[in-house]
Design a protein around this ligand. Structure first.
Ligand code: NAP
Ligand code: GLV
Length: 336
């Protein structure tokens, strides 16, 4: 039997590459920049598997270019960059890496919260650029405290829950909004459910942990920002498009809220002229939620195992579009 042919859209850690190269013929994109749309379109042709990143837009047109594709294994958890409906229709298995990046991302959300509240990035800039004059001063760089404050979590899934666990150590009152109420978690973690509007009015910190979907696109806009407290801090480690960025810049400029910590943007990398980067009261990180050595190695191993699992005709551990099994059986895919 011929080896399966796969396309990997970025250089991945050695462990995953080793696993894949044992049984697949690999074409791997090299270089710091992601492949262009044309690169993907060309390289996906004739391939049985695709190992892609969240930076690759795998829409229906791309999916249709490859008549052989059996599995799309994404090296991340959010699958908003993949047309999963088209993939399912065509019997293509879509896999992802939930869970292993939960702690790293929740850590970053908490770090952004602390950093925005205590103006850490702004202070760091002042120390470096010489604008710190006169030493200690009673009114210099005053911020908000975190301990004992109210945290509103929007989206109480894996990462939202991990953030709640961290916040309970800071004796925060934790309220949450999720499309389904989660009574077991409420009891276990001492959380209170709120309608979205109530959460916005009550919280000192608001952290977003919903996936990007049609319903969550611009979930936070000027109308919602105006409902928040004037001392509120918004944290977004979910997806940029969940927040209307222009409205957020208006809110930060106009003092409707006091600050923000943002890891994800509607256009990445953030264009140099984006209004957010001109503002002092926002801490910006370049989409590094899962960026720890340990987590990225696990993500690599899991995305390799997911891809191999499907091509071996075995149940992959992390299948996103479970309905695909009704369209094409794993038995009929088995080629390793
Ligand atoms: P998850 O476990 O699936 O949690 C998502 C939660 O959002 C679920 O509880 C879900 O509720 C809820 N939800 C979905 N749609 C909703 C809606 N319209 N209104 C209210 N609640 C809704 O996902 P996760 O692993 O925590 O990851 C969340 C997101 O974080 C990912 O999708 C990804 O975009 C982002 N992320 C970013 C980074 C980074 O590097 N910054 C790293 C990892 C993840 P149900 O259970 O009822 O559906
Ligand atoms: C990161 O944003 C992910 O979806 O894993």
């Amino acid at each position: 039997m011929n080896k399966p042919r796969i396309y990997i859209t970025r250089e991945i850690p050695a462990k995953g590459l080793e696993l894949l190269s044992r049984c697949c013929d690999i074409t791997m994109h090299r270089g710091k920049e992601p492949p262009s749309r044309e690169d993907i379109q060309i390289n996906i042709q004739g391939k049985d598997g695709l190992l892609c990143m969240l930076t690759d837009k795998i829409d229906s047109e791309i999916i249709k270019t490859s008549d052989k594709l059996k599995v799309i294994s994404s090296f991340n958890v959010g699958v908003d960059h993949i047309d999963t409906i088209e993939a399912t229709k065509r019997g293509i298995y879509v896999t992802y890496t939930p869970g292993v990046l939960t702690n790293a991302t929740a850590d970053l959300a908490f770090a952004l919260m602390m950093s925005a509240a205590r103006r850490i990035a702004e202070g760091d800039r002042n120390v470096r650029n010489g604008s710190w004059r006169g030493g200690w001063a009673p009114n210099m760089l005053l911020g908000e405290g975190v301990y004992g404050k109210t945290l509103g979590i929007i989206g109480l899934g894996r990462i939202g829950t991990a953030l709640a666990e961290r916040a309970s150590g800071f004796k925060m009152k934790i309220v949450y909004y999720n499309r389904n109420r989660l009574p077991n978690k409420e009891k276990k973690l001492n959380l209170e459910y709120r309608y979205l509007e109530d959460l916005l009015k009550e919280s000192d910190f608001i952290s977003l942990h919903v996936p990007l979907t049609d319903e969550t696109h611009h979930l936070i806009d000027s109308q919602k920002l105006k409902k928040m407290k004037r001392n509120a801090i918004l944290v977004n480690t979910a997806r940029g498009q969940i927040v209307d960025e222009d409205d957020l810049a208006d809110a930060l400029e106009g003092g409707w809220i006091s600050g923000a910590g943002i890891d994800v943007f509607s256009s990445e990398p953030l264009p140099a002229d984006n209004r957010l980067s001109q503002l002092k009261n926002v801490v910006l990180t370049p989409h590094i939620g899962s960026a720890t050595y340990h987590t990225r190695n696990l993500m690599c191993e899991i995305s390799a195992m997911n891809l191999l699992g499907v091509l071996k005709g075995e149940n992959p551990h992390y299948l996103f579009n479970i309905e695909v099994m009704k369209v094409r059986s794993l038995d009929s895919i088995k080629m390793i």
